[in-house]
Design a protein around this ligand. Structure first.
Ligand code: HEM
Length: 512
């Protein structure tokens, strides 16, 4: 008996010791080791705090900088990413910081970025491992997938948005903008929060593109997905003890699980109903993404076959990636054109020249040069996806640096987009004329100076889709209205996963 108790006690002690060892290894030894490795190579950053890393500090700094609106200026970096702004001055251009026990190298030095861009292993690695919240939102979709699975998903997505299919999508986009303009006309009000309007409109458009004739059901999914993103953004600023989420669920966790189960249920039912309607994968008439994914699911020759869960994840990914970003681009572009009415006039003249009073056509979109310049300048000053992420999978040499495995990389875009050495002393001003000779000329052979859609093999797969939708929407608004920024507008950009106007974008419209 005594022997048995003795064995049991020593077994329990061993388990507790092992757990303690693992805990200390993860939360103390690894951070100390990585800090030493990086500082020996000249990379410094704010000191690691046990368990929480720098999350409390970041959260406090952002709370402070965004607690009040700012004057209307496009120097928004110190407000939206105050931690980077402050650390850059203390530790230099490349900073090691800690999201809990996860090391992150934030890169703002153009030379290091250039070198990173040429390392293939890093440029093909997504931001997997960014935490349970992102995983819940994006699931196993394209944004975070890796290797063979990523290659297959990427091929499908590229196929879904090839030139011919994009052309077919234009009338769907026009229809969604038309519905929005009809609502505006019926409501008759002069002032609008265009951010809200664009969210509804882009959500309708992406619903149709992803789910085709099932778009009403698609809308239900998207409402749930929108609620999920809002919950996730709230949870991001919460600091929790490790393992807490697995044992205890708070109100928001329960709500999140309910929303996820709801989305899963609707898409599963939709897939079941559609299974009998499959046509060939190469058939360009299958314009909705769900149809393309379902066709691929039946392609037995492929190494990687899509499961029902893959399809669900992919549909959700496209909603998040393909609607929030465009509505933000549109909101910031309208804000800028509401301030700079001389550019609004130039854009309107161009739209009249290309389309007259007709609806935009895919052929005409390519001829909108001034509009392209305005969109680029908006993406430079207010990039919707404000940071790009990468992960170092195995030890990698980049220039003089040796990056350890499991290091996350974060590339905040604003320091590059507003770098005075590239863009000039007026880098913080809205000047679309910078692009009169094209983007390559504007960035003066610095490929890293303008990255609103990322770079390398993981560059945004929907950039042409996004630009087309922005051009169509702005063209149709310009055909019907003159507009200015409302005196009620409050300038309050914030990073809420993406770069958002915290208090909306109030615009005064005057029908033409
Ligand atoms: C103004 C609009 C948009 C902006 C600013 C934007 C920006 C970005 C950025 C910065 C990335 C990360 C690239 C990298 O890591 O190098 C990305 C990836 C991605 N975007 Fe977009 N995006 C936009 C529109 C869209 C649209 C309309 C779709 C789909 C319909 C889309 C789907 C995706 C997907 C699936 C990825 C992941 C690609 C991969 O990992 O292979 N995006 N986007």
């Amino acid at each position: 008996m005594v022997t048995f108790l003795g064995v049991l006690t020593s077994l329990l002690c061993s388990i507790v010791l092992l757990a303690l060892f693992k805990f200390l290894y993860k939360f103390w030894w690894v951070p100390m080791h990585i800090t030493r490795v990086m500082s020996s190579q000249g990379i410094r950053g704010p000191p690691y705090s046990f368990i929480y890393g720098n999350m409390k500090e970041i959260s406090n700094m952002i709370e402070q900088s965004t607690s009040f609106p700012m004057d209307i200026s496009h120097c928004i970096f110190p407000r939206v990413q105050p931690h980077f702004d402050s650390w850059l001055h203390i530790y230099g251009k490349n900073i090691l910081y800690w999201q809990g026990p996860q090391p992150v190298l934030a890169v703002t030095e153009p030379e290091l970025l250039k070198q990173l861009m040429s390392v293939r292993e890093i440029s093909t690695t997504g931001t997997q491992g960014v935490g349970p919240i992102f995983n819940k939102i994006f699931g196993g979709g394209l944004i975070f997938s890796q290797g063979e699975k990523w290659a297959k998903q990427r091929k499908l997505a590229t196929h879904a948005f090839n030139g011919e299919r994009l052309k077919n999508i234009v009338p769907t986009m026009v229809e969604s903008v038309d519905m929005m303009l009809k609502r505006w006309k019926d409501a008759g009000t002069k002032e609008k929060d265009v951010h809200e309007e664009f969210r509804t409109m882009t959500s309708e458009a992406i619903s149709k593109v992803v789910f085709g004739s099932n778009y009403e059901e698609g809308k239900q999914i998207f409402q749930k997905q929108g609620a999920l993103i809002r919950l996730a953004a709230k949870q991001l600023s919460k600091i929790r003890l490790p393992g807490f989420g697995m044992i205890f669920k708070d109100k928001e966790d329960v709500e999140t699980d309910k929303l996820l189960a709801g989305i899963q249920g609707i898409i599963t039912k939709m897939i079941r109903n559609r299974e009998n309607m499959i046509v060939s994968e190469d058939d360009n008439s299958t314009t909705d993404y769900l149809g393309i994914l379902l066709n691929a699911r039946h392609n037995v020759n492929d190494n990687y076959r899509l499961s029902t869960q893959d399809i669900i994840d992919e549909c959700r990914t496209f909603y998040i990636a393909g609607h929030g970003t465009i509505s933000l681009l549109l909101s910031w572009a309208t804000f800028l054109l509401g301030m700079h009415t001389e550019w609004q006039e130039k854009a309107r003249e161009e739209v009249q020249e290309v389309f007259g009073n007709q609806n935009p056509s895919s052929e005409g979109l390519a001829r909108l040069k001034i509009m392209s310049m305005i969109i680029n300048e908006t993406l430079r000053l207010y990039p919707p996806a404000i940071s790009i992420g990468r992960k170092v999978q195995k030890e990698t040499h980049v220039g003089d640096l040796v990056l350890p495995p499991n290091l996350n990389l974060e590339i905040p875009l604003l320091p590059f987009h507003q770098d005075r050495t590239v863009w000039g002393e007026d880098a913080h001003l809205f000047k679309p004329e910078r692009y009169s000779e094209g983007v390559a000329n504007a960035v003066n052979s610095n490929p890293g100076a303008f990255l609103p859609f990322g770079y390398g093999p993981r560059i945004c797969v929907g950039s042409n889709f996004g630009i087309n939708e922005a051009k169509i929407t702005l063209s149709m608004i310009l055909q019907h209205y003159k507009f200015t920024l409302s005196p009620n507008y409050v300038h309050a950009p914030v990073q809420h996963l993406t770069l958002r106007p915290k208090s909306g974008v109030q615009i005064m419209f005057q029908a033409l």
